[in-house]
Design a protein around this ligand. Structure first.
Ligand SMILES: [Fe+2]
Ligand SMILES: [Fe+2]
Length: 472
């Protein structure tokens, strides 16, 4: 069970006074950050129907109640230890997992934890203005649920930094509150987390694709030889699933509404004229967030990734389903682009680890897009959504200096400049989206014109439940 202390936890925090003091010192800074950089306009006079962890077992951890956002009980929750857990991959395969950080891997582990930790507050910052444009109380509540849990994920990483990295860890924990999404002088570490999210189409695409990258990273880290990192990320994954649910069903509901509007206004009609979101605009936002999220997996050939694998720091998702856990001498066939032509070459599998994780990610995304397409099919609409080729619009890795269309065909710089807004959101697309979201919908059971209601409410509550209530 989780303790009822100032910082709820299942790590016996009160038994470790030094750590408890350090975290209690960080807590007010975190709360200040939440007020300054968290959801704007919903801090003091709104109560949100959120779930909070009360225990980490699969059945009992979610507890629902109304909370004012700054009073959410952020805490430290680790999944239960696996008895006699062994290192699952790399050069130390089969040895007992580590309960402390080995000196030689300290810097690599710190970098992994800081990079993961930095994404958590970043997304809260990116989404902080969305509340004032929400399509319903139901969606508003989901946004805040995602936000408080990203805040908790930051706590999870800060716990590791404070517990295992001494002074450096404390400094890193402070800096996690100092960098700011989109800030020119102190930006967040990864590019996708500096992009603005000012409309709900972006929010749903972000939770579909970028939170899915989060899932991919957390699955890799949950294989880690550093047992506390594995246990922390395993519990984070249970929260992450809800974020992707919000994204996937959010887009499903937009698609459903778009189809309805197309049907009502005649299939050839421009959906924008009746206030909906047209399929080409949806595809453009999909292209944008899918390609940005591909970049998050890092370069295709990477000695860092090889070292993380060799040292047992970061593995493959579901490592135990593979036959070979050491991968010495194994190769991966990779597509390169040389002199304007695609060529396939073998790369040492350990060096291709980012690409291996990206393969898993792309497959998971494709399956989600297929589920979206079934909605179009059901309405008799012949268009289909699809994920673009992985060379399209890349900012990291070997395709980053080159240009490709969504089918993966190479383009000259001029062609790219001329056509990029055929495939990516333009200023006028954003303007249109903001125009239909200008008026938030705060009335119980009502939904903005561009989105269908969900199939069911949260925690078996009705759809017209007062998911966010205002204090008089
Ligand atoms: Fe997260
Ligand atoms: Fe998330």
């Amino acid at each position: 069970m989780i303790s009822a202390e100032k910082i709820p936890n299942n790590v016996d925090l009160s038994g470790n006074k030094r750590l408890q003091r350090a975290l209690e010192h960080w807590q007010p800074k975190y709360l200040q950050w939440w007020r300054d950089m968290g959801p704007q306009g919903f801090q003091d006079y709104h109560q949100v129907y959120v779930r909070t962890a009360v225990s980490v077992d699969p059945e009992g951890w979610a507890h629902f109640e109304y909370v004012k956002l700054p009073e959410y009980r952020w805490g430290i929750f680790l999944a239960e230890p696996v008895p006699d857990r062994r290192i699952g991959f790399g050069d130390f395969f089969g040895r007992p997992v580590w309960q402390e950080v080995p000196g030689e891997f300290r810097n690599q582990l710190r970098r992994l934890i800081v990079t993961q930790g930095d994404t958590e507050p970043a997304s809260v910052e990116q989404q902080r203005l969305l509340g004032r444009r929400c399509p319903s109380l139901y969606d508003l509540r989901n946004l805040f649920q995602v936000n408080v849990e990203e805040g908790r994920h930051l706590w999870a990483m800060v716990y590791l930094l404070h517990s295992y990295f001494g002074r450096d860890g404390r400094d890193e924990a402070e800096e996690l509150l100092e960098r700011q999404s989109g800030n020119r002088d102190k930006p967040r570490i990864l590019e996708a987390f500096n992009e603005p999210i000012d409309n709900w189409l972006d929010f749903f695409m972000f939770t579909m694709f970028t939170d899915r990258d989060g899932k991919s990273q957390l699955m890799s880290l949950s294989e880690s030889s550093l047992d506390p990192l594995s246990r922390t990320t395993r519990f984070m994954l249970t929260e992450e699933a809800h974020h992707m649910f919000v994204g996937e069903t959010g887009i499903s509901r937009i698609l459903e509404r778009t189809c309805q509007l197309m049907r009502e206004s005649g299939f050839s009609e421009d959906v924008r004229r009746v206030g909906g979101i047209d399929l080409p605009t949806i595809q453009k936002h999909l292209n944008q967030w899918f390609s940005l999220s591909l970049d998050l997996h890092g370069g295709e050939v990477s000695t860092n990734a090889a070292a993380y694998f060799a040292n047992g720091l970061k593995g493959r998702a579901k490592e135990d389903t593979f036959d070979d856990h050491v991968l010495k001498g194994a190769v991966y066939s990779m597509e390169f682009f040389e002199n304007g032509r695609a060529v396939t070459k073998d790369v040492a599998l350990r060096n291709a680890m980012n690409e291996v994780l990206r393969d898993w990610y792309v497959g998971d995304c494709e399956a989600g897009v297929e589920r979206w397409n079934r909605i179009l099919e059901r309405y008799g609409v012949s268009d289909r959504l699809r994920v673009p080729d992985r060379k399209f619009n890349r900012g990291i890795g070997m395709f980053s200096g080159l240009h490709f269309d969504p089918d993966g065909r190479p383009l000259s710089s001029d062609e790219w400049k001329r056509r990029r807004f055929d495939w990516l959101p333009s200023a006028s697309d954003s303007e249109y989206l903001l125009s239909i979201m200008a008026k938030p919908v705060y009335e119980r059971g009502k939904f903005a014109n561009y989105i269908a209601p969900p199939r069911r409410g949260i925690n078996q509550q009705p759809i017209d439940f007062e998911y966010v209530r205002t204090e008089q």
